[in-house]
Design a binder for this molecule. Sequence first.
Ligand code: GLY
Ligand code: MN
Ligand code: MN
Length: 436
Amino acid sequence: MKHLYAQRRNALIAKLNSGTAIFRSAPMSVMHNDVEYTFRQDSDFFYLTGFNEPNAVAVLSPNHEEHQFVLFVEPKDLEKEIWTGYRTGVEAAKEKYGADEAYSIEELDEKLPEYLLAGDRIYYRLGRDEGFNNRIIRHWRKLMATYPKRGTGPVALEDPSPILHPMRLVKTPEELAVMRQAAKIAIEAHNLAMEVAKPGRYEYEVQAEIERVFARNGGSPAYPSIVASGGNACILHYVENQSQMQDGDLLLIDAGCSYQYYNSDITRTFPVGGQFSPEQQTIYEIVLEAQKQAIEQVRPGIPYNEHHDAAVRVIVEGLLDLGLLSGDMDEIIEEEKYKPFFMHKTGHWLGLDVHDVGVYKHGEENWQVLQPGNVLTVEPGIYISPYIKPVEGQPEVDAKWHGIGVRIEDDVLVTAEGGEILTAGVPKLVEDLVRE
Ligand code: GLY
Ligand code: MN
Ligand code: MN
């Protein structure tokens, strides 16, 4: 793997021209009092270094005479390591992670100017930590104050994301191998969930089965698992998972696995008791058709909006047929009158982040065009909350529809030929979900 990170750094360096780039590790975050959440490295930092410790800074300095890649890390300290785990340390950071030079993170302020001076700009993404942002800006200000004496050094601060993130958007075969594994584990988990979900059981029991599959395959939840029965499915980010499932409920499960830093993201909706009500089945079939037509728009050369637009058309047509919407289809779409039923987009990029980086649009109506190696989710839904408020002029919703929430989500890889569904191993056809 070490050479992969070097390849990525070199590809980035080739695009930085004469700038110096600074990347910072993710912070530790507090769970409660002095207990912290499990550390998870910042995805950009990980993508470029493979280094998974907190309190580190990576510097890419194309113009520096000796050091193009520098790591600042926490130094070895056996007394502290007894408590918090082993650290790579300064010496091993060079050898293990291929840094041309490594320093203790304590030396950052002292050493950074040398690297910044070698460039004509600073590439740094302003993060949530204002203190650290200000530290970088202070360095920049100081160097600019003495700029007239040299006529060299960084004259601009630029976010590296527009250069780096298009790289992350195209997955390499090595990345895809890991993503396939993340998908495979989640497929197993969803299939097990379908077996164990029964009327009388609690949502958290299903969650436990899913996350057990993740854990025993070396994975973990990519995001808080959503196990939403009945009307809970109408809450998009329902994560309480405390309700007892009832016969007649649909169960919406949105659970994905994080495996070696890459993620899968799957949603299935099925009848807990094995039988759809006529209303549930009608809504389900609309969402299924919307997803099918959306997935057909996942091909190289197709603008990013096409799959969403396809899903919206199917959903609006279906809701019009049912009398849940009324009026002219084009107008409903244009004025987004369907949004009380379908309020989110049909998907997102997927990768090191669940909602992965990468632009969707380059200005008005100029959508990103799909290319081989992109991975995205396709996840249309219809949600008919008991509290649904149709937009003005639209029909009231009959109570028989209340509490139906359906989403179907797959992860799709854009290939040279079309789209490959990475998560096809979880059933979604009505006949596969119905049980006696
Ligand atoms: N579970 C997050 C999402 O589907 O986007
Ligand atoms: Mn998703
Ligand atoms: Mn999801």
